[in-house]
Ligand binder design. Structure first.
Ligand SMILES: NC(=O)c1ccc[n+]([C@@H]2O[C@H](COP(=O)([O-])OP(=O)(O)OC[C@H]3O[C@@H](n4cnc5c(N)ncnc54)[C@H](OP(=O)(O)O)[C@@H]3O)[C@@H](O)[C@H]2O)c1
Length: 341
């Protein structure tokens, strides 16, 4: 049986191109004792893949998490038909020992986790609201900024996988929530989700938007993008405001260009002036509490308090294009590829 995978063929310059990735067919080995054959069902496309593409060796498989089905098993802990979540990269199939899988995030030995029964919600949510982006939003907001009812929260990248959840959790906690996104339809969706204010940052300056929506200043900023948006938000923050530094997507395409400093550090001056507490983080710091986070998020989804959207690209062969699309802002909510194998 043959499988397909995508390798990083060229170091992207600026916006990645489809030709930066090489599709390779491989003959899969027979399933040995303790091993399983996994078939990708949904694959995640995420912004971190852009900065990983600056550092992983050329010819290496592109990293990613997937929801996969066990289609053959010689491991008693994994039954044919089980759905698992595993980080084996941009692959259609893999024959592997699911308890000793090499994670494409960091090369560590990791385990393919059999997905629990979500009680009727789609398994693809394990890549979004009930997975890494969900935990990032929940813990990145609550644990690092200690938000209090009545405070004002600003979210950038607000209509994305992480941002859309951050804003809704802010509303659950009783905050005033202001979101910035890059398209009018995204802004409409944020208002449907209950954001108090939502703006298209391509049409209105952040400065003017916050004059209207945050006349008493901003207490908490959840930063997904960095750059000019973050500079403008930090200028408007109250003394001792708190910032959760989650991502800097506005500078990922420029990371390879060392001739100019990245835009992301531009928040330094308002951070000093407003005496901000800024917490950078990686979601992996909460691995020990991960399942508690998922349970909390699933509870919110089932109670109808947390809504989600997925932008699904059909076909494993379209992984590179789906990845390029998130950097162009083509997705609303979580970007996913449905493998259709
Ligand atoms: N620290 C962690 O552990 C962790 C974990 C997960 C994610 N992250 C980070 O969190 C951020 C959001 O991730 P996500 O998975 O939720 O992605 P996402 O928001 O679903 O997708 C990326 C979005 O970023 C926006 N964007 C692209 N270029 C931009 C630019 N130059 N300026 C402003 N916005 C831009 C686009 O939306 P618009 O149309 O609104 O521009 C695009 O849809 C990323 O920076 C990611 O690296 C960090």
């Amino acid at each position: 049986m043959k499988g397909k995978k995508f390798l990083l063929a060229k170091r992207p310059v600026g916006e990645p191109k489809v030709t930066d990735f090489e599709a390779v067919e491989e003959e899969l080995p027979p399933v040995g004792k303790g091993e399983v054959l996994l078939e990708s069902v949904y694959l995640s496309v995420d912004p971190y893949m852009r900065y990983k593409s600056e550092s992983i060796p050329l010819g290496t498989i592109m990293p990613c998490q997937a929801v996969a089905r066990v289609t053959e098993s010689k491991n008693p802990a994994y039954k044919v038909g089980d759905n698992v979540i595993a980080a084996y990269g941009w692959r259609s199939h893999i024959v592997t020992d699911p308890e000793k899988l090499i994670s494409t995030f960091d090369g560590s030995i990791s385990k393919a986790q059999v997905l629990p029964d979500f009680g009727g919600v789609p398994t693809s949510l394990a890549l979004g609201v009930l997975g890494m982006p969900g935990v990032t939003a929940l813990f990145g907001l609550i644990k690092l900024t200690a938000p209090k009812a009545g405070e004002t929260l600003v979210v950038s990248g607000a209509a994305g996988a992480v941002g859309s959840i951050v804003g809704q959790i802010g509303k659950i906690l009783g905050l005033k929530v202001i979101g910035f996104a890059g398209a009018d339809d995204k802004v409409e969706w944020l208002k449907e989700l209950g954001f108090d204010y939502a703006y298209n940052y391509k049409k209105i300056s952040v400065k003017d938007a916050l004059k209207e929506s945050a006349p008493k200043g901003v207490d908490v900023y959840f930063d997904n993008v960095g750059g000019q948006i973050s500079y403008d938000v930090c200028l408007r923050m109250n003394t001792f405001g708190r910032v959760s530094l989650c991502g800097a997507i506005s500078s990922y395409n420029d990371m390879g260009d060392t001739s100019k400093p990245p835009l992301a550090p531009a928040i330094q001056i308002p951070a000093i002036g407003n005496q901000l507490s800024i917490h950078g983080f990686l979601v992996t710091r909460w691995l020990n509490e991960w399942q508690d986070g998922i349970k909390q998020l699933l509870g919110y989804v089932k109670q109808g308090k947390l809504k989600y959207r997925e932008t699904i690209t059909e076909g494993f062969d379209n992984m590179p294009q789906a990845f390029i699309d998130i950097l162009r802002g083509e997705n609303t909510g979580k970007a996913i590829v449905k493998a259709n194998l």
